[in-house]
Design a protein around this ligand. Structure first.
Ligand code: ZN
Length: 109
């Protein structure tokens, strides 16, 4: 992913609107690109600050930690999503094998 694409995704990341595919590529990029990470940090801080003004919640001002927590959660979400796709494939393969075994015993025996 190029910086220009990553920077275009920053606001959608903060608003949690990226698809899993986009999220994975975005996380990969910001983990290696200081420039885009800085941009994310600034946008995130502004977004959260306005959010807190709006809602009147002022418990947590450690925006950097909040962003780190969200990046961590997003990474986990991507991993869980991938795992669920693998499990789904295994499940579908298992059903296919059961169907084949069923057909084998029904029609051949
Ligand atoms: Zn970049």
């Amino acid at each position: 992913m190029k910086c220009v694409e990553a920077k275009r995704m920053v606001n959608r990341f903060v608003e949690k609107k990226l698809s899993y595919q986009e999220l994975e590529e975005f996380l990969q990029h910001v983990s290696q690109c200081e420039d885009c990470m800085d941009e994310l940090d600034i946008y995130y801080t502004m977004h959260k600050a306005f959010d807190m003004l709006d809602t009147g919640k002022h418990q947590n001002y450690d925006f950097r930690k909040m962003l780190d927590d969200e990046l961590h959660a997003a990474r986990r979400a991507v991993i869980m999503h991938r795992a669920s796709l693998v499990l789904r494939d295994i499940f579908v393969a298992g059903l296919a094998i059961l169907a084949l075994l069923g057909a084998y015993f029904l029609f051949i025996h």
